[in-house]
Write a protein of this length. Structure first.
Length: 297
């Protein structure tokens, strides 16, 4: 049976913590750009823990359930950590390739975007631009996904660790779709400030919600199989590590709605195909069982 009280309090607390932090940069418009960017990154990183804090409060104070019910003490089958680590770079790469194939973006082997960024910041490095790209790819693969868990866990403890299991009485598909929808709306203040879709800030809220629903199904599948928020946090961390890399390989000026990253229409198509594969191979919906109130497979 759906327990409305803890769900309501979870949502109120998550949004009450995160949205003010998302909106605070609006007070810093007069700051020097580099300083303002650092402030934005710090505030938005803190905001990622809004859902996690809400999950802890709703679990311990509202539901009066033990801490272990959030399954932070559980890792689950190790093979799903390979999916969480390596699937994001595959999806991001395919999104970039599809962008080039449908000509909504042009391949740039001179890495103009990176050169422009270095010129704007006055950065000069004793290595070639190509070598810098290789270093960034290596970092995105080997280091960043695991470092990003620190902040990604804040979201995943909330969205997948708390919200998704408690929506399961509605049915697995409804739970996946509704949790993804809420996740997308939660991003609204960030998107309205030009993040992800700088040329379409208002339309971007809807576009981001579609992205979150699709990605939420994929991460939700991993969570339901591993029964651990750690696998969801690693997948989220890997997505964040790879998210901006297509910009390095595309000529500047492309429309971020029509091409580039996973948040674009080509990204939706790639994720949609993967979700279709999960369904075709009967990996979705996940076979679940109720055992002491826990989600299983």
């Amino acid at each position: 049976m759906l327990q409305r009280k803890p769900l309501t309090w979870f949502l109120i607390i998550a949004f009450a913590i995160s949205w003010p932090l998302f909106l605070t940069p609006l007070l810093f418009r007069d700051l020097e750009p580099a300083t303002r960017q650092i402030a934005i990154q710090g505030l938005w990183a803190l905001a990622m823990w809004g859902p996690g804090i809400a999950a802890l409060i709703a679990t311990l104070a509202i539901e009066k359930q033990p801490f272990k019910s959030l399954r932070l003490n559980t890792l689950g089958p190790k093979r799903y950590y390979l999916w969480a680590w390596l699937l994001p770079p595959v999806l991001v790469t395919l999104s970039g390739l599809l962008t080039v194939l449908i000509r909504t973006g042009q391949l740039d082997t001179e890495f103009t975007f990176l050169q422009q960024q270095m010129e704007q910041t006055g950065t000069q490095l004793p290595i070639s631009t190509g070598m810098l790209v290789v270093i960034q790819i290596a970092q995105a693969l080997l280091f960043a996904p695991f470092f990003n868990i620190i902040f990604a866990m804040g979201e995943e403890l909330g969205w997948r660790g708390f919200l998704l299991p408690r929506l399961m009485p509605l049915g697995q598909w409804k739970a996946l779709l509704i949790s993804g929808l809420i996740w997308g709306v939660w991003h609204a203040p960030v998107i309205a400030q030009g993040h992800n879709y700088p040329d379409h800030p208002m339309l971007g809220i809807l576009l981001m919600t579609v992205f979150c629903v699709l990605l939420g199904i994929i991460i939700g599948w991993m969570y339901l199989k591993a029964r651990s928020p750690w696998v969801a946090a690693l997948a989220h961390g890997s997505i964040n590590a790879w998210a901006g890399l297509p910009y390095l390989f595309l000529k500047p000026g492309f429309d971020t709605v029509l091409g580039g990253t996973l948040t674009s229409v080509p990204g939706w198509l790639v994720m949609g195909l993967f979700v279709g594969w999960l369904m075709l191979t009967k990996r979705l919906p996940v076979q679940i069982r109720e055992e002491a109130g826990e989600v299983g497979d």
